[in-house]
Ligand binder design. Structure first.
Ligand code: SF4
Ligand code: F3S
Ligand code: FES
Length: 249
């Protein structure tokens, strides 16, 4: 059964100026928040800017904040709200607004480029990589990432701290480093990278990133905490310590 819902949608531009605009919109059974945004575009706000692509939770484009919670709009069912509730839709808070619900997520591309790519052992060419499934079981989970940036948007280290952005790669890219560290053939020192170059130390394992991940990747438990443990092991491993002493002589 359809009903009419109350919405408040952020309208603004890159100047930083903007406001919530109220709308009354029809809702049909089985719809998701993105359907409502499309209905608004078709009926009351033809110039409302929104980014989306697959409408199937797989492209990671339609990220926004619904009632203040970072969500994929295409995977947020209207049936999860009360019919008399006013639903707010605002852009991701951690990234600058381009227009309305569209943010500039360039921060994430910059961070992606800062992670050195897969480093195979010398003399092993592409096509010659050999490893067993058991060797890749753990990092395989991280490959489910759809790059929606909900985790990057949610992490408190950068959410309200613009000044931390240069030093902190964010959960998505620390997870990428963990993935490479767990890769059986990668030879680069990812532990040092994570700690020295990508701000692993800023993460105080609040797990907010994990809570918002639409792919249910256990970012904190399976990537960040193991990475932190390895960094600590390395730092306090007596052999590593001894090795460092000898080489420094
Ligand atoms: Fe999105 Fe999850 Fe990937 Fe983060 S780890 S970008 S929340 S899919
Ligand atoms: Fe941020 Fe996730 Fe760590 S939310 S503080 S990266 S556990
Ligand atoms: Fe692709 Fe929502 S439109 S994830």
């Amino acid at each position: 059964m359809g009903y009419r819902a109350k919405f408040e949608v952020w309208r603004g531009d890159s100047s930083g100026e903007g406001a919530l605009q109220p709308f009354d919109v029809d809702v049909e059974e089985g719809e998701v928040v993105l359907d409502i945004v499309h209905r608004l575009q078709a009926t009351q706000a033809g110039d409302l800017a929104v980014r989306w692509n697959c409408k199937a939770g797989k492209c990671g484009s339609c990220s926004a904040e619904v009632n203040g919670r970072p969500r994929l709009m295409c995977m947020t069912r209207m049936s999860t709200f009360e019919e008399n509730e006013t639903i707010t839709i605002t852009p991701l808070r951690t990234f600058p607004v381009i227009r309305d619900l569209v943010t500039d997520v360039d921060f994430n591309y910059v961070k992606a480029r800062e992670v050195p790519s897969f480093a195979p052992p010398e003399g092993v060419a592409p096509g010659e990589y050999r490893m067993s499934q058991v060797d890749v079981d753990r990092p395989q989970e991280f490959r489910k990432c759809i790059e929606c940036y909900l985790c990057q948007n949610t992490c408190h280290v950068v959410r309200d701290h613009e000044d931390n952005k240069p030093e902190f790669a964010g959960p998505r890219y620390l997870m990428r480093i963990a993935e490479l560290d767990m890769h059986p053939l990668d030879v680069r020192n990812r532990k040092e990278d994570a700690q020295e170059e990508h701000g692993l130390g800023y993460c105080n394992i609040t797990k907010c990133c994990t809570e918002v991940c639409p792919e249910h990747i256990k970012i904190t438990d399976n990537a960040l905490i193991p990475m932190k443990e390895r960094v600590v092991d390395r730092k306090y491993d007596p052999l590593v310590w001894l090795g460092k002493k000898i080489f420094k002589r």
